[in-house]
Design a protein around this ligand. Sequence first.
Ligand SMILES: *Cc1c(COP(=O)(O)O)cnc(C)c1O
Length: 339
Amino acid sequence: MIDLRSDTVTRPTAAMRAAMLAAEVGDDVWGDDPTVQRLQAVVAERTGFEAALFMPSGTMSNLCALMAHCERGDEYIVGQLAHTYKYEGGGAAVLGSIVPQPIEHAPDGTLPLEKIAAAIKHHGPGLGAHFARSRLLALENTFNGKVLARDYVRAAQELARSRGLSLHLDGARVANASVANGESLRETCAGFDSVSICFSKGLGCPVGSVLVGSKALLERAFRWRKVAGGGMRQAGILAAALLYALDHHIDRLAEDHANAAFLAEGLRSIDEVSVTDCATNMVFAQFPQAHCVPLEAHLKARGILIQVLYGTRMVTHLDVSGADIDRVVAEIKNYFAKV
Ligand SMILES: *Cc1c(COP(=O)(O)O)cnc(C)c1O
């Protein structure tokens, strides 16, 4: 199957499985797993932070980060369409008693600085006593595949700092951003107090995210991870996959980006399809409403999985080759040639 529904569908390669099989393990809740310890040390070093914490999922990683930054009744400023706000079941509010303050995105995916500034509440006596305490700004990079511009990130960081806010980056796909920008992970993560990195998407691991930050922040996140049920025992068998991905699956993200561009180009040559966006490993396109269901079935019968909607997202990854993209474009062409 050629599966373009998401980059979460990647399966561990034979070499990654071999690394997992060979992992030395121990009880990580006791701090005894040498492979988890090594992963945390390597990721902290690679990203330029004091400490790192292995997490079962990106959702738990973001949640524990938000809970480490914010107390009950604090507020975090976040994009209306950000994963942490929209796609994590409202966990920060439900489990963390943290008040979200969502901001509309600009068309380029950024949160306009003037909107952020306007949302930051003054605390203290008088009117300030009415408000939740603005505590944190959370950005996302990449966002819908788009890389946040370096200058924008700096300006948002300066604004947040000047108003006493901390900064969290949902860097689920921060490796895609760093490869697209031709910069190191350390550079892309710079200036944030915490970054959550997902390894179970384009990096090809079966499970796992890593949260990085200061030692003091991660001590709090460590406690919240236990509270959330995320303390894992012989987790080195999973951590070995992440260590493998760090060495072998980061630079190759450039191939995924090239394949996405290649897919967008192919789709643009089909009259019935309109490509609305292509950035890093994601292509967004519109298909005629009446053709969505039959086209999806046509493709599925030919071993191609795309969730065909009027506005749809296709994602390239480790298990999709350039030849696969050729086939996908050819099959979509075939479909429209026949109708
Ligand atoms: C996938 C994703 C996450 C975390 O998701 P999990 O499925 O819990 O690992 C967080 N943020 C973004 C932007 C994501 O795409």
